[in-house]
Design a protein around this ligand. Structure first.
Ligand SMILES: [Zn+2]
Length: 333
């Protein structure tokens, strides 16, 4: 494959547990990716220093992958940044970072612009991932894409004709905080009964711990220790025939399906893409989600939309961030 050598783009994905930094050519073709766990204990300065080092390393690796004689840092044209948590309307800082304590109002964008001398474009991780999936993943070729990321929490991204829809203050697409059960469980956002409090990985594990019968296969798989119950373990137990876990996933798919149906009714997308670790459960989740969407969504809108799994896997954050860098160069931020 011939790489374009007229310039490089940087993509930075800042997660609560993992950091990933990639470099691509101007067409978005990945040349290098560097990953590390997030050391949250030492605060934002240490993490930012690690990210700077990782981007310099990724630029070096990209030089050799692309076979260029120039320094990677000299070829860098723009940086895209994906980070968890709501941002300020200008998208320069993280307002509240539930998974990154001490990061509130940290000037993330300015840091990269100063250290690398190029412009940066930052967005929350769900918007960035949605943009990546819409442009080069499971939403490619579709004009109206709604993306759900279902992992520790639940995030959303809305991409219309290739552009992220951000709303009035850059906070649109909080699919995880639509209210599904008015008096339901407490959500991290401070409200009750949000989709995230019912169908995120954290919530699946919590619901399992609260009501697992002592004679269930799950209880034996967890060696009688509720601490060992994770969403992934409940999926394995369900696949091994545990009826308690099968019901748990049926219920999870029902809640998520209601959330997807609401989004379809409001936005009229032609693709809904579901990504994030919880979607690795496959049919266990997708079958009840699709059934609920068909039974509960408005017929005309549901028939115009397919609900599909994400395609970009573990690179979605980096690829989404690179798409943000591309948008910046195209004058669309
Ligand atoms: Zn909430």
């Amino acid at each position: 494959m011939g790489f374009s050598s007229e310039g490089f783009l940087g993509g930075v994905d800042i997660g609560g547990t993992k950091l990933a930094v990639g470099v691509s050519d101007l067409h978005g073709r990945l040349l290098s990716v560097v990953r590390e766990p997030t050391d949250r204990s030492r605060g934002p300065d240490a993490v930012m220093t690690a990210l700077e080092r990782m981007l310099r390393q990724a630029l070096k690796e990209a030089e050799s992958t692309a076979g260029v004689n120039q320094k990677g840092a000299d070829l860098l044209k723009a940086i895209g940044i994906a980070v968890g948590g709501p941002l300020d309307p200008e998208r320069t800082v993280v307002l509240r970072a539930p998974n990154l304590p001490g990061w509130d109002n940290y000037p993330v964008k300015a840091f990269f612009e100063e250290r690398f001398g190029v412009p940066a474009n930052m967005d929350n991780d769900a918007n960035a991932a949605g943009l990546g999936e819409a442009r080069v993943g499971a939403g490619k070729g579709f004009s109206h894409v709604a993306y759900f990321t279902v992992s520790t929490g639940i995030g959303g991204g809305i991409v219309v004709n290739g552009r992220v829809y951000r709303g009035a203050t850059a906070a649109a697409g909080e699919f995880g905080h639509q209210i599904i059960l008015p008096d339901g469980p407490q959500c991290l956002c401070g409200r009750r009964g949000c989709l995230e409090a019912l169908a995120s990985g954290t919530s699946i594990a919590r619901r399992a711990r609260e009501s697992v019968p002592k004679d269930a296969l799950l209880w034996r798989m967890a060696e009688g220790n509720p601490e060992k119950i994770t969403a992934e373990l409940t999926a394995r137990a369900a696949l091994a025939g545990d009826s308690f876990c099968q019901k748990l996933w049926e219920e999870t798919g029902f809640y998520l399906g209601l959330g997807v149906a609401n989004v379809i009714n409001i936005l009229n997308p032609n693709r809904v893409v579901l990504g994030g670790g919880v979607t690795n459960a496959g049919d266990l989740l997708f079958v009840p989600v699709r059934r609920t969407v068909a039974e509960r969504g408005m017929r005309e809108l549901v028939s115009a939309c397919e609900v599909v799994p994400a395609q970009l896997g573990g690179n979605v954050g980096v690829i989404g961030a690179i798409c943000l860098a591309q948008d910046l160069l195209a004058g669309d931020k």
